[in-house]
Write a protein that binds this ligand. Structure first.
Ligand code: SF4
Length: 423
């Protein structure tokens, strides 16, 4: 279906404005799900409502309602690029079985993916931002073109959704319609049985709420059906539904990225080691060198990505045979005047031939960065605002004269004056 070109304000029914959202909920509170959707699509927002579906475990119910009311209603599917293959197959199954005529996949902006998630690991380091670029941002220009949209959310799913009404007014003056708000888990299952709806292929394997593959896990008996989403993280929603309480998902904030690498500030997949971390299960942690040595076998058995943290006084020679185990080595520069980190970087890069990420952490200031680079440091954790601005504006001082040359292209001051500048 072509998206209407009219301005949203031109389409907004006056009747709806005058009724108000409270009255709307009062009028249709007792109505069944198909009735709520029919009212929304035909009376309240005719030609001005879209459906957003994840094609997850319960999506068949809402989509079956759509097929009954009007199979040509636009159904938007957020194709994040992170779905299970089974979900992609399920999209086709439901389209065919329900006769949905207008399922439209929406994709994240490739430029956002390239800039913020070049390695596809943002879901692990910053899931809010991952959802933002993969879901919230792509959806915004779509929802802007409709006066309302329909979701499959239900009260029973989470505590946060426990007061979900049939109709919500968003902060940008649009209507969200939740025909299934009052459905219980049992209602959903009964509906699927009554209407012979196909299950998502992963449902029988214990996936009770299904989103992107990296952020979805099996739910145990008795657990909140959405407990398998973003398990272990303090995250319950993807951001596109935050508006219920008037709060909108915060926009992507590149300013919080502190890792500077390959010419840009990027999301940092690594986290600091904590005392509660365990050698066998740690992932994306910079393990302090003494901790690694004390638990070497367990760390070597652990297949997850790991980094090493080298502090002043640590001897990297003790781990030289294990350096390839680490995808990142962080060198601590505790103070501007402490030069031991430079020696460590040179040992790693020149003597041991380490080719992974060597990052500087600690007191990283703009005057040091060119010197660090000369020694093999190729990533910098920068929290000092003027340094950040200098990197963003590409104005770092050059090192033209070398008192302690590195590599073979630098010549010390005073030996061959005509050659003492870098080639
Ligand atoms: S659900 Fe996970 S993978 Fe999908 S967009 Fe959100 S954080 Fe990224």
């Amino acid at each position: 279906m072509a998206i209407p070109n009219m301005l949203h304000s031109e389409r907004k029914p006056d009747k709806l404005r005058s009724l108000g959202i409270l009255a709307l909920n009062g009028m249709f509170d007792e109505m069944d799900a198909v009735g709520v959707l029919r009212q929304a699509a035909r009376e309240i927002l005719p030609g001005d409502v879209a459906i957003v579906s994840s094609f997850g475990a319960d999506s068949a119910v809402l989509l079956h309602l759509v097929a009954q009311v009007d199979p040509s209603l636009p159904v938007y599917f957020l194709e994040t690029g992170k779905h299970f293959p089974e979900t992609m197959a399920y999209v086709e199954t439901l389209k065919k079985q329900l006769g949905l005529m207008n399922v439209i996949a929406i994709h994240p902006d490739p430029a956002d993916i390239k800039r913020f998630d070049p390695n596809g690991e943002l879901w692990e380091t910053d899931p809010d931002s991952c959802c933002h670029i993969r879901k919230t941002e792509p959806l915004e220009p779509i929802t802007e073109q409709f006066g309302g949209w329909v979701t499959g959310r239900k009260r029973f799913q989470t505590k946060e959704r426990g007061v979900l009404p049939h109709f919500e007014l968003t902060s940008d003056d649009r209507i969200k319609v939740n025909p299934l708000a009052y459905f219980s888990d049992a209602d959903v299952n009964q509906y699927k049985i009554d209407h012979g709806l196909p299950e998502h292929p992963l449902f029988s394997m214990g996936y009770k709420s299904i989103g992107c593959a990296p952020c979805t896990s099996v739910v145990a008996e008795g657990e909140d059906p959405r407990a398998g989403r973003w398990r272990g993280l303090n995250k319950k929603e993807c951001g596109i539904h935050f508006d219920f309480n008037g709060a909108i998902a915060s926009p992507m904030n590149a300013a919080k990225f502190t890792l500077y690498k390959d010419g840009a500030f990027i999301a940092d997949p690594f986290h600091a080691w904590e005392d509660s971390d365990e050698a066998a299960s740690a992932r994306y942690k910079h393990v302090p060198l003494p901790v690694f040595l004390a638990n070497r076998e367990a760390f070597l058995d652990n297949q997850a990505p790991l980094g090493l943290l080298v502090s002043p006084g640590d001897n990297v020679e003790t781990v030289q045979g294990d350096l390839s185990r680490f995808s990142s080595i962080a060198i601590k520069f505790p103070a501007f005047t402490d030069g031991r980190g430079y020696s460590t970087a040179r040992l790693l890069a020149e003597r041991y031939g380490y080719e992974g990420e060597i990052r500087a952490v600690g007191d990283v200031l703009q005057d040091q960065i060119p010197l660090m680079r000369r020694c093999g440091v190729n990533a910098f954790v920068v929290t000092h605002q003027p340094t950040r601005e200098a990197l963003e504006e590409n104005r770092l001082p050059e090192v033209a004269i070398f008192y302690q040359p590195v590599g073979i292209t630098e010549v010390p001051v005073g030996t061959r004056p005509y050659l003492r500048r870098a080639h």
